[in-house]
Ligand binder design. Structure first.
Ligand SMILES: Cc1cc2nc3c(=O)[nH]c(=O)nc-3n(C[C@H](O)[C@H](O)[C@H](O)COP(=O)(O)O)c2cc1C
Length: 328
């Protein structure tokens, strides 16, 4: 029987399937169901930097004046997660009491600020690790790429200064030189990178002439972006890597491990088809390992990473030319 155990963020996990931050992990009861279904670890639903800020503002308002609040504040209060700081800490404590798999807290943030103290409270509440979902969407003409990237680095450094817990950083794919940024995040103190964040889809309602932000489920065809970057970054980022987006079956899990992933985050398919999908994926992984004579994941992890091929840029260019021009 193949041994599916591995490590993620330096934590021991019984298998590489992590239930990603989502509604599946927003209560201790749901986290318990994830463990029961066979998950190797869970990332709790995110707490947003703005929620912490909002709580503090709200407390001040209640203390001093009953003034009106903005639409944005309403959104954060009502739809983001609606967990106040203390409720989030209770979620961590209760989840930890309910399961034996690692429980990773999640902070969604855009700048290094006073809220990083909150990471300390998450650690004290018993979180096994912290995932920083850094979602900076550059929209200012005068802001350079270097400035945007330095924000990422400073956030990680400022959390790293405060906690010794494992830290993972969930980022989007839009960087000019992802390998350089990935290494810098590792140097700043990230133990793992999660590739990639999946942003809301921007759209326009042409009748109401209003902007629409939608979140829809991923499809299995969306695996390729993270697969490529896991293969490129494995061995050169200095961090463990986890894939996120588009893993919908055991084949997807195997591909990501072959590319060099330490773990795979899964959400959409579990929300659509149920948590029973985890066992199905694990069984596919196990029978593939048996078929290929692997008894541990480390025996094949990263076998298809581009670093093993020696020249990742040369390899990528060759494949590109081969596919588009039919030239070897
Ligand atoms: C309903 C829903 C809620 C989500 N909430 C969060 C969240 O609070 N924080 C976060 O980092 N990601 C969140 N995500 C993103 C997932 O963690 C994951 O990165 C993304 O869905 C891609 O993985 P998938 O293809 O398996 O769905 C959410 C996704 C869904 C579908």
């Amino acid at each position: 029987m193949a041994d599916l155990s591995t490590t993620y963020m330096g934590l021991d996990v019984p298998n590489p399937i992590v239930v990603g931050s989502s509604d599946l992990t927003m209560s201790a009861e749901r986290v318990r169901k994830c463990e029961e279904a066979g998950a190797g670890a869970v990332v709790l639903k995110s707490l947003f930097e703005e929620q912490i800020e909002e709580d503090i503002k709200q407390a001040r308002k209640e203390a001093f004046s009953p003034s009106a609040h903005t639409e944005a504040q309403d959104y954060i209060r009502n739809t983001a997660l609606n967990l106040s700081e203390d409720r989030y800490l209770s979620l961590i404590r209760e989840a930890k009491r309910s399961v034996s798999i690692p429980v990773i807290a999640s902070l969604n943030c855009i700048r290094p600020a006073w809220w990083t103290n909150y990471a300390v409270r998450m650690a004290e509440a018993g979180a096994d690790g912290i995932e920083l979902n850094i979602s900076i969407m550059p929209t200012y003409l005068m802001q350079t790429a270097a400035e945007v990237e330095s924000n990422y680095i400073r956030i990680v450094e400022s959390v790293r200064e405060k906690v010794t817990l494992p830290i993972s950083v969930k980022i989007g794919p839009f960087f000019s030189s992802l390998p350089h940024t990935a290494r810098a995040l590792g140097n700043a103190g990230a133990d793992a990178l999660v590739l990639f964040n999946r942003f809301t889809r921007f759209d326009i309602d042409i009748e109401k002439m209003k902007m629409i932000h939608r979140y829809n489920f991923s499809g299995p065809d969306e695996i390729h972006l993270s697969l490529r970057w896991i293969a490129v970054l494995a061995d050169q980022s200095g961090c463990q890597l986890a894939s996120a987006t588009g893993v919908h079956n055991g084949t997807g899990v195997i591909k990501q491990l072959l590319a060099g992933a330490q773990a795979v985050h899964v959400c959409s398919v579990l929300l659509q088809e149920g948590l029973g999908k985890i066992q199905e994926m694990l069984q596919e992984l196990e029978s593939w390992m048996d078929r290929h004579g692997f008894s541990t994941i480390d025996q094949f992890r990263g076998r298809m990473s581009l670093e093993l091929g020696g020249k990742p840029d040369f390899y990528q260019r060759q494949q590109y030319i081969k596919v588009l021009a039919g030239v070897e």
